[in-house]
Design a protein around this ligand. Structure first.
Ligand code: BG6
Length: 515
């Protein structure tokens, strides 16, 4: 990596990373609410450290961590050092750490007490801003449990910190963005009272994954795929986000959320929207988000009286992952013994528009599955006539285009070739592109950079969030009222999901791609 980083000028500076130029944002400070929590330790601080190390953020920046825990700057720095070393073992540079960590500060505060915001933040920020020349640019990052979103937003406003001052003021909200349509609307209205939409950055970290960002480039920067990208050539689409991990230490959240809120309302529907949307008129945040919202609006509402034909859910029991026996969901610490929370779901969605009429989109996601894999596969139609029918009995496997999001990031096109030596014998082959070492920035590094440069492309807009909730809230309610503890567990850890999920697609004469 070569440095071209000019630091405090008004024209944007760039840094070369891999073979791309990345814009270095203007100076700013980041206030992380929930700085003593897991997200800050596992994702935010390592991402900031890497950005700093790679000179992708200016030296004129500092972090003010804010949380309930009592601690001074020294202890905060120590704890962040431990976290960064743990997350980035091969990349931690002892000689650089003091330079980074002197920019880390901490304020303990009570999220629900307005005076606390004045004492801990409002008075604390200006001298630091002066010291680090951050030009009044402020990012408030809410890495807190959703119950405290509202008090933090209100108290920032009451303390007079929500509006733009000399520089910009932005607020970043982590998921879950509401629990259903009503709560999402309420949260949007609270935000809207205190901040302008331009100041709000709602995160879906999937949008910031390099391979997810590349879906639009792949679709709209190549002329050979887009003409085929419709109901005339595509039989169906599968979107899979499979995890082999369980719920880890997040029972408190997960018991309330379940897989549909945790993965479908956000990541899965965003993947669907990027796959199915029309080309935007320009590659600009609002034009892209307009098209995504249009696709979400076109998804056919689920027929609740026949939900079983469209949705299958499951919960893992104990089983084997990598040869090791793991506990079932109900045995995880903090989970109720008779919990009916689903840890797996598969859905069949129809998009009612010209492009996709009659093409099912099958989505599945689950915890403790046999492997970790996120991919979008486009399954093309069978050839219209089988001229080899005399020699090759049965159908020929149709072409499949696989966009591999993680791991093993890349793109593969499966097609038939002739097996050498035989007269007529087909052999499926794959043309494969792999990103391998090209991926330089992880999702949280992108999230932070894009928020600092003020680009909303990777963030959700209010209408998009409400659209996904209005589609899924009735489904969640129906599932919650109809699911009893006796249904679960219905798949073993290490399996590909419950039998009901296989049936969902097999009823249509199709099969899931193997995990
Ligand atoms: C989070 C979910 O949003 O995404 C987690 O809350 C899930 O349950 C995670 O494990 C998956 O993200 P990734 O980046 O590991 O695929």
């Amino acid at each position: 990596m070569e440095g071209t980083a000019g630091r405090i000028t008004d024209a944007p500076a760039y840094q070369t990373i891999g073979s791309c130029e990345v814009e270095i944002p203007a100076p700013c400070c980041i206030v992380i609410f929930g700085a003593s929590g897991d997200l800050a330790k596992k994702k935010l601080m390592p991402a900031l450290y890497r950005l700093f190390k790679n000179k992708l953020i200016p030296e004129e920046f500092f972090v003010l961590g804010a949380a309930r825990t009592e601690m001074d700057d020294g202890r905060f720095r120590e704890s962040m050092q431990g976290a960064v070393q743990k997350e980035l073992p091969g990349e931690f540079d002892h000689s650089l750490w003091p330079e980074f960590s002197e920019r880390l500060y901490y304020a303990s505060l009570d999220y629900t007490v307005p005076e606390s915001f004045v004492g801990s933040l409002k008075k604390r920020l200006p001298p630091l801003e002066k010291k680090y020349l951050t030009r009044g640019n402020r990012i408030f990052y809410l890495a807190v449990p959703p119950e405290v979103f509202e008090p933090v937003i209100f108290n920032l406003d009451r303390a007079g910190m929500s509006r733009e001052g000399n520089g910009y003021t932005r607020i970043v909200i982590e998921k879950p963005f509401g629990w259903d349509l009503d709560s999402a609307k309420k949260l949007n209205s609270v935000l809207g009272r205190c901040f302008d939409e331009e100041q709000i950055f709602r995160i879906d970290h999937y949008l910031a994954k390099e391979t997810v960002q590349s879906i639009l480039m792949f679709r709209f920067a190549n002329s050979i795929f887009e003409p085929l990208w419709n109901r005339r050539y595509i039989d169906h689409v599968q979107i899979t986000v499979a995890e082999s991990l369980g719920i880890e230490q997040r029972a408190g959240y997960y018991e309330r959320a379940g897989i549909v809120r945790d993965m479908f309302q956000n990541h899965m529907l965003q993947l669907l929207a990027l796959t199915a949307m029309e080309p935007p008129v320009a590659f600009e945040a609002d034009r892209v988000r307009d098209e995504k919202v249009k696709v979400l609006q076109s998804i056919r509402p689920f027929p609740l009286e026949r939900l079983g034909e469209y949705v299958a859910i499951g919960q893992y029991g104990s089983g084997l992952i990598d040869g090791r026996t793991v506990a079932g969901y109900r045995e995880e610490a903090g989970v109720a013994g008779a919990s009916a929370t689903p840890t797996f779901a598969a859905m069949r969605m129809m998009i009612d528009n010209w492009r996709w009429n009659g093409v099912p989109f099958y989505l599945r996601s689950g915890k403790r599955l046999s492997s970790r894999r996120t991919e979008i596969s486009i399954h093309f139609k069978q050839t219209p006539h089988l001229m080899f029918a005399k020699d090759i009995p049965g159908p020929i496997d149709p072409n499949v285009l696989v966009l591999r999001v993680q791991p093993d990031e890349g793109i593969g096109l499966i097609f038939q070739t002739k097996k050498p030596g035989s007269r007529i014998c087909l052999n499926p082959a794959s043309m494969d592109f792999s990103y391998e070492a090209d991926i330089q920035l992880d999702a949280y590094e992108w999230v932070l950079l894009e928020c600092m440069t003020g680009d909303h492309m990777l963030f959700l807009r209010q209408d998009g969030v409400e659209m996904t909730w209005s589609l899924l809230t009735p489904v969640i309610e129906k599932l919650e009222s109809a699911t009893g503890p006796r249904q679960f567990p219905n798949y073993a850890a290490g399996a590909a999901g419950p039998r009901e999920a296989a049936l969902l697609i097999e009823r249509d004469g199709r099969r899931w791609r193997p995990l």
